[in-house]
Design a protein around this ligand. Structure first.
Ligand code: HEM
Length: 419
């Protein structure tokens, strides 16, 4: 590990940056010269990066006690004691409280509201107009998560909370703070405060009700948690539960737009089958190529040894979902969009496909997110046609991996609406 990189590595990284317009390009280029463990050679920011099945297994399961989730960064500043941040017993307590609402057995109860919000958002589209499916996916995902977990229909509040939510996402996205942790960040205080006030308002409203809905919010209230801790969990679920689904839905639209043959086959299949196997494969393949959470961020608490070297205690460690999913040694033609690689009966080796992480801290909303994507996409493909405007798209590293500058598609209502 840490062999000096040859001069051509730097040049190749630069070319990849220009070509892919994202730091993911240089990262991928670097792996040609490094192994499954390397350090990012940036002045002031030198985290260790691991990827591949063996490293994932260690970081997520077998050696997970040697790493901490809590870090010093804006994610921790914003989500405070959110389940995604804290460690140990505190984490396990919150997770246990929230699991019933996201258990696979609870999911069918959400189908009507998922359909209703999808229908309501798409009903606003003017026939034949160009819509940005990144924005539309965010609206749909946000309405769904707020209704499913907090029984709050935020349709009328969207104009008020849209900007504060985008600011919260910008606040935790990579930026200059990576190099200069205390860099002044003007423009965030007010919107973040507005978001807090909104969430505290929902909690207060619910506390006043004698008979609350049996949803995730009620579980948190009944457990006797303080308003502040409930706010932390709500904000965590709101951001983690909609920004990821937004990216997934938008990437599916982008990939279908770029692959008209698969798009057509998929529309035929959702029209004729109750459960389209191709839709599942498309979702899985989108999650492989563009995993919304492309890295897991850890702080090493005890020296952690991988096949290719040791990461010392105190260092920042990323396990890269993106690099694992693009490793040519695991995936044939790793860069191509090929849903058939997930066809029934084909297996991927354990820990080589990790869009939802793994081990005891794998994504709590994995089943929800996939069911939601299936319902939203199959409904929209049945009700509308989507014509891609063939513009350039690159993977933007924000809080999630997003298709930028957006996914513009001409949307037309289908006459033979089969719903
Ligand atoms: C396509 C959708 C989604 C993707 C790709 C995704 C991805 C992930 C990944 C990779 C992790 C683990 C990160 C790590 O190891 O550092 C994670 C954790 C988490 N996700 Fe998701 N997620 C999705 C949807 C959701 C939804 C719908 C919710 C909430 C309803 C949610 C809530 C969470 C929470 C709370 C955690 C932290 C769990 C813990 O630390 O115990 N996610 N997600």
């Amino acid at each position: 590990m840490n062999k000096p990189l040859p001069p051509e590595a730097g040049l190749e990284a630069l070319r990849a940056l220009l070509r892919e317009r994202s730091p993911l390009g240089p990262l991928k280029a670097m792996t040609k010269y490094t192994g499954y463990l390397f350090q990012i050679p940036m002045k002031g920011f030198q985290p260790y990066v691991v990827y591949g099945a063996e490293a994932n297994r260690k970081a997520l399961v077998t050696e997970r006690d040697k790493v901490l989730w809590r870090n010093t960064d804006p994610v921790t500043d914003l989500l405070k004691h959110g389940v995604l941040i804290v460690d140990g017993d505190e984490h396990d307590r919150y997770r246990e409280l929230m699991e019933p609402a996201l258990h696979p057995s609870a999911l069918s109860g959400y189908t009507p509201l998922i359909l209703r919000h999808t229908e309501n958002v798409s009903a606003q589209w003017q026939d034949g107009s160009i819509m940005d499916m990144l924005v539309e996916s965010r609206k749909i995902a946000l309405l769904i998560i707020m209704d499913a977990l907090f029984s709050k229909d935020v349709t009328a509040d969207i104009p008020r909370i849209w900007h504060p939510i985008l600011k919260a996402i910008e606040y935790i996205s990579p930026g200059a703070w990576i190099l200069w942790r205390k860099i002044p960040r003007p423009g965030f205080r007010k919107p973040l405060q507005e978001l807090d006030e909104y969430l505290f308002g929902i909690i207060e409203e619910r506390r006043k009700k004698k008979e609350g809905k049996r949803d995730l919010l009620q579980h948190l209230i009944d457990a006797g948690l303080s308003d502040q801790i409930i706010r932390d969990q709500m904000l965590t679920m709101m951001i983690a539960g909609h920004d990821t689904s937004t990216a997934l839905l938008a990437w599916v639209f982008a990939l279908l737009g770029q692959h008209p043959d698969i798009h057509k086959k998929l529309v035929d299949e959702v029209d004729t089958l109750d459960k389209s196997p191709l839709l599942d494969q498309v979702i899985k393949e989108a999650l492989r190529l563009y995993p919304p959470i492309h890295i897991g961020n850890r702080r090493v608490a005890e020296n952690l040894t991988f096949a290719e070297g040791t990461v010392p205690a105190g260092e920042r460690l990323f396990y890269s979902i993106y690099l694992t999913h693009h490793d040519e040694k695991i995936w044939e033609n790793a860069e191509s969009f090929c849903p058939a690689r997930f066809a029934h009966g084909r297996k991927t080796p354990p820990f080589s496909y990790v869009p939802f992480g793994g081990g005891p801290r794998a994504c709590i909303g994995a089943a929800f997110g996939q069911a939601e994507a299936r319902i939203v996409l199959s409904h929209l493909l049945k009700s509308h046609t989507f014509e891609f405007t063939c513009h350039k798209i690159h993977a933007h590293m924000g809080a999630t991996l997003e298709p930028r500058p957006g996914v513009n598609m001409k949307v037309t209502k289908r006459i033979e609406n089969r719903e």
